[in-house]
Design a protein around this ligand. Sequence first.
Ligand code: SAM
Length: 308
Amino acid sequence: MNCLADSIFSCFKNQPEFTLKSAYEQYSDKPKETVRARIYDNLGVKFERVAKGLYRTIQGEETCVVIEGDGRDLSMFKDKSIDCILTDHPWLDLKSNKGGDRAFAEYECFEYTLKDFEEKSRILKDGCFLVEILPAENENNYKYLYKIKEYAEKAGLFYYAKVTWKKGDFVSNTGRKAKNSQDVMFFSKGKARNMRLDVKKTQKLGYDCYMSGTLKMLPTMFDIPPVSKKDKIHQSELPLTLCEEILRYITYQGEIVLDSFAGSGVVGEAALNLKRNCILIEIAKENIKKIQKRFSENINFREDLAFL
Ligand SMILES: C[S@@+](CC[C@H](N)C(=O)[O-])C[C@H]1O[C@@H](n2cnc3c(N)ncnc32)[C@H](O)[C@@H]1O
């Protein structure tokens, strides 16, 4: 069944993009509908839609590059070279972290500035997503959380959606209110790219049509337990399943995901599990060691960034 798809893939794999028209010409012995159907069947697997009638092949051999350095300095990346940024920045919130047996963050913290968002926007491809994992809003951080959205907007990153991450049933009772959630903020670089199947148009025209938005409609919440204390290798480690779930909504196979504040490197593992490439940046040597341990056998360290 997939021989024709494989053949189309081989035919166009060395070209940056190809048009439907060129695929019809190349396979003029086959009905146009068949050629088109084989491309559509393999969207997100072998092919990616770039624009109307324009496609590119998704290349295999996913890689994770780990960089020990400052994730706020993105000058090494070219404009529009990254397909997704998923990160949990080390937000500075000493007031909220006080009380009970909560420990202060054991790593370097800072507050974002407009420049951070201008750089994220510069390196993201048009229509692609930036996802920031943020603390739940409270009396100490609400102004900062608002500022983040303002910076993003000024940098050309549109507010797409905010989804609560409910961290299972455990409830922390420090502060004024029971806490067990964080926010997952989705921004798109300009208008979100066309990932969502347009069901009505597809039914009307008889072939798959796509509209602006994530691959599927985002859920009301991600209900995923946090990493248990005994399994944690980093104080703020995100669950692997949460990272995988997020990446499934906003990326295709073979794309490049960046986590510029990598911590334990879980975003890299999620990306590789889903056949996405990943670049991890982490400032602390002890965390780089943790990332190396996480990947000890299945990571391909690369000295160069040539694929960007
Ligand atoms: C909130 S944690 C990220 C946790 C990560 N998402 C995980 O699931 O393991 C933030 C990380 O950013 C790192 N960090 C702090 N400042 C940094 C900087 N300027 N550049 C890169 N990493 C930085 C900290 O060492 C810490 O490991």
